[in-house]
Design a protein around this ligand. Structure first.
Ligand code: SF4
Length: 481
C-alpha cells in the first residue's frame, strides 16, 4: 500500500530527521489553533473553487490504489472534462491533484490555495504532485495555481474570488530537484536508523528546535537578530554554535554585534535619549492596544481578502506613571459590522489631552484606516494621532542581554517584568486572538463557547495594556525617576 504523502516527502526535504520521525510515528503534528483555523479556511476555499466547475467529478474511493485507477478511467472517458482530487501513484508515493481540467488531448493540473500570491511552498506542492503524476505516466500540459483575488469584494460573483496563474515554468526547477530525490527520500524513510540531526537554517523555524538542535546550547546563535544564511554558515563553519563562543571582531552587523556583546557581558545599557522620550508623555495618559482580525473571504463589502480590521481595544488610564485610575475596553459583536461603533466609542474613551501610549505603529495604522472608512469621523480620529507616544521607541533605547536585539512586548516583558506573564491565559498571543474572533465570525463556536471566548479575548487585550503600564513604570525606575 503506498504510504508516502506530499507532506512527509516535503518535510523530509526540509529535514530528513523530521521526515523520518513523522513517517515512523515518533512525533505527531502539533495541530495548533492557527493550523486548525487555516485548515478550516482552506477546506472552505477548496469547496468554493470546485463550485466553479459544475460538471466536475470528485474521485471518491477508499484506498489510494482504487482512487488512482478511478482517476485513470475518468481521464480516459471523453465525457469527463474536470476531475477533483485525481490520484496518482508511483512506487511508495501517492499524490492528489486538487483539480484536473481537460485541455485538448491533455490535462491541466490546478492547485487551489487560500493565499493571494505565489510563494515557494505552493511551487513545491505543485512540483511534488507533478513528479508523481509524471512518474505514473501522465504529464500535465500546464501547472496552475488558483489563488484568491486581491481585487475581490463581498457581493461580487464567486468566479471573481479566484485568479489563476500559470506556474509551469516556475515549477520546473523544483520538479527536477524532487525527481532526483525520490529514491533517496524513500530509502531514508524506510531505514531502521533515524538520520542524524544536522544544524541548518531550517532548524530556526522548526518546532522541535528546543528539544533537538537547540537543547543544551546556552544562547544559540539563532538568537542573533536578523541572522542571514551567509553569517550562519560562517559561524557554524568556524565552530561557533553559542553566542558565548563568538570572538570579538567576528564579522557581524553593528546591531548584531551590539546584541552579541550585550549577551556576552550580561549587562544592561541605557541610551540617555530614553529620558527625552519619556518626557513627551502628557498625563493623564491612555495606554491603548487594538486587536484585529482578517479573513480569507472578506465579511464586509469594502474589505479585500486578508485585509485587517479592528475588533477590540483595551485602554488603561493612568494619572501618573504606574498609577491606574480606570480600565476601559470594547469588543465587537462578531455577527455584525461594528467598526463604526468601535470608532465612535474609541473617540469617546480617549477624550482629553493626555498622551495615547501604544507599543508599535500598529494602532496609528488602524486609526488611519478607520478615519478613511468614516470621513465624518476623520477630524476626531486624526486628532488622536498627534497624541500617540510609542513606548517601543523607549524600549529601543535599552540593550538587555535577554532582548537579543528584539523589542517585541512578548520578548521584553519576561526580561523586565518577570512577575507579569501571558502563560496562564487561554488566549496568549495576537495570532490566537485574531483567529478566535475570525472563528466567531465564521460561526465555529456554540453560544456557550462564544461567551467564554469573549471573556478570554478581553483578558488577553487587558493584559497587553497592563504590560505597557508596567513597562513604562520600569523605564522610569531604570532612569532613577
Ligand atoms: S531542529 Fe533541525 S535537525 Fe532537528 S528536527 Fe528540526 S530541522 Fe531537523
Amino acid at each position: 500500500m503506498p504510504g508516502l504523502s506530499k507532506h512527509v516527502f516535503l518535510k523530509t526535504i526540509f529535514c530528513p530527521t523530521l521526515g523520518w520521525w513523522l513517517h515512523n510515528g515518533k512525533i505527531r503534528e502539533n495541530l495548533t489553533p492557527d493550523v486548525l483555523f487555516r485548515m478550516e479556511q482552506g477546506k472552505k476555499i477548496g469547496a468554493l473553487a470546485r463550485q466553479l466547475y459544475p460538471g466536475g467529478v470528485f474521485v471518491y474511493a477508499s484506498g489510494s490504489k482504487t482512487a488512482a485507477s478511478l482517476t485513470r478511467e475518468l481521464m480516459e472517458d471523453p465525457r469527463i472534462n474536470v476531475i477533483f482530487e485525481g490520484t496518482f501513484i508511483t512506487g511508495n508515493y501517492v499524490a492528489k491533484a486538487d483539480i484536473l481540467i481537460r485541455n485538448g488531448d491533455s490535462w491541466d493540473l490546478v492547485e487551489v490555495k487560500s493565499g493571494v500570491q505565489q510563494k515557494q511552498d505552493y511551487l513545491e506542492d505543485m512540483a511534488y504532485t507533478t513528479v508523481i503524476a509524471r512518474n505514473s505516466g501522465f504529464t500535465p500540459a500546464h501547472i496552475c495555481l488558483q489563488l484568491l483575488n486581491k481585487e475581490y469584494r463581498l457581493g461580487m460573483p464567486p468566479e471573481q474570488l479566484f485568479t489563476t496563474v500559470d506556474c509551469t515554468e516556475e515549477v520546473r526547477k523544483f520538479r527536477e530537484q524532487f525527481e532526483s530525490q525520490l529514491d533517496s527520500v524513500d530509502t531514508t524513510l524506510h531505514s531502521p536508523e533515524e538520520p542524524c540531526p544536522m544544524l541548518t537554517m531550517n532548524c530556526k523555524k522548526c518546532e522541535y528546535f528546543d528539544t533537538c538542535m537547540g537543547s543544551e546550547v546556552d544562547e544559540h546563535i539563532f538568537n542573533i537578530p536578523r541572522l542571514s544564511e551567509k553569517t550562519f554558515q560562517a559561524l557554524v563553519s568556524s565552530g561557533y554554535i553559542s553566542i558565548h563562543d563568538i570572538p570579538e571582531g567576528f564579522r557581524l552587523t553593528p546591531g548584531q554585534a551590539n546584541a552579541v556583546r550585550c549577551v556576552q557581558c550580561g549587562e544592561i545599557s541605557i541610551d540617555p535619549v530614553l529620558a527625552e522620550q519619556l518626557d513627551y508623555v502628557v498625563w493623564p495618559a491612555f495606554y491603548l492596544d487594538f486587536e484585529t482580525t482578517q479573513l480569507a473571504i472578506p465579511c464586509y463589502p469594502d474589505l479585500a481578502p486578508y485585509d485587517s480590521f479592528p475588533t477590540q481595544y483595551s485602554i488603561h488610564l493612568c494619572d501618573s506613571c504606574g498609577n491606574i485610575i480606570e480600565h476601559r475596553d470594547y469588543l465587537a459583536d462578531p455577527q455584525r459590522d461594528c467598526r463604526r461603533e468601535l470608532a465612535v466609542q474609541l473617540i469617546s474613551d480617549l477624550a482629553g489631552d493626555g498622551s495615547i501610549i501604544t507599543y508599535s505603529n500598529y494602532e496609528k495604522t488602524m486609526i488611519t484606516i478607520l478615519s478613511r472608512l468614516f470621513p465624518d469621523l476623520e477630524g476626531p480620529l486624526n486628532s488622536l494621532l498627534g497624541r500617540i507616544v510609542d513606548l517601543e521607541h523607549g524600549i529601543k533605547c535599552i540593550q538587555h542581554p535577554q532582548f537579543r536585539g528584539r523589542t517585541s512586548i512578548k520578548v521584553v516583558l519576561p526580561a523586565l517584568i518577570p512577575d507579569l506573564s501571558y502563560d496562564g491565559l487561554a488566549i496568549n498571543n495576537g495570532s490566537n486572538a485574531m483567529i478566535t474572533f475570525a472563528s466567531m465570525i465564521m460561526g465555529l463556536y456554540s453560544a456557550e463557547e462564544m461567551l467564554q471566548k469573549r471573556t478570554e479575548l478581553r483578558e488577553y487585550c487587558k493584559l497587553d495594556t497592563l504590560a505597557m503600564v508596567r513597562l513604562h513604570e520600569k523605564l522610569h525606575e531604570m532612569l532613577g525617576k
